[in-house]
Design a protein around this ligand. Structure first.
Ligand code: HEM
Length: 154
C-alpha cells in the first residue's frame, strides 16, 4: 500500500509537472500542425487530473490500483499516467526512486512523529521546473519513544 500511496501522490503532484519535447520535423499532432524545431509542453499536472481519464480526479485514492496488480505505469495506464515520463527518454531511475522512497518513508515514520508546527502558514504550492511549497512545510519532528511493534505473520 505504501508504493500505491507514493504513486498516487505522484499522480496528484507530479515532479516535474510539465514535460517538454522538441519536434525534429514538421508534423501534425491531431489537428495541430507542429513545425520542425518547435517545443511542445505537455502538462502532466493537467493530464493526471483530467476527468476524462480519472474518476474523482482530484481525490487522493491509492486504491485506484490494486495491490496484487502491476504498479501503474505509462503503458498499463494508456499514457494517462506519466510521473516518470514515457518513451525513449523516460526516467531511468523510476524503479530505484520508487523503492528508495518507500524504504526511506518507512524508516522515518518508524522513528519519528511528524506534526504541523503551531502557527505554521498554510501549505501552498508554487510551480517552476518542479512543484514546491510557497512558504515551506513547517513541522515539529519528535523521536518516537516507543516504536510500534509490527507483528510478522508466519
Ligand atoms: C520520484 C523520483 C523521480 C521522479 C518523479 C523522476 C521523474 C523523471 C522525469 C519526469 C523525467 C523525464 C522523462 C521524460 O522526459 O519522458 C526523468 C528523467 C530522468 N531521470 Fe528521473 N525521476 C526520479 C528519480 C530519478 C532517479 C533516482 C534517477 C537516477 C538514479 C533518475 C534519473 C533520470 C535520468 C538519467 C533521466 C533522463 C533520461 C533521458 O533523458 O534519457 N531519476 N525523471
Amino acid at each position: 500500500m505504501r508504493i500505491l500511496s507514493l504513486l498516487q501522490s505522484l499522480r496528484l503532484y507530479p515532479q516535474p509537472p510539465v514535460l517538454i519535447r522538441r519536434s525534429l520535423e514538421d508534423d501534425m499532432l491531431g489537428e495541430y500542425p507542429i513545425g520542425r524545431g518547435e517545443d511542445i509542453f505537455i502538462s502532466i499536472w493537467n493530464l493526471h487530473r483530467c476527468p476524462k481519464h480519472w474518476d474523482n480526479a482530484d481525490v487522493f485514492n491509492p486504491e485506484r490500483w490494486t495491490l496484487d496488480g502491476p504498479n501503474p505505469n505509462e503503458t498499463n495506464q494508456k499514457f494517462s499516467y506519466l510521473p516518470f515520463g514515457g518513451g525513449p527518454r523516460k526516467c531511468v531511475g523510476d524503479m530505484f526512486a520508487t523503492f528508495e522512497n518507500v524504504v526511506a518513508t518507512a524508516m522515518l515514520v518508524k522513528r519519528f512523529d511528524f506534526q504541523m508546527a503551531p502557527g505554521a502558514p498554510p501549505v501552498e504550492m508554487t510551480t517552476g521546473a518542479t512543484i514546491h511549497t510557497t512558504k515551506g512545510l513547517n513541522m515539529i519532528v519528535s523521536r518516537r519513544t516507543n516504536p510500534p511493534v509490527i507483528p510478522i505473520s508466519r
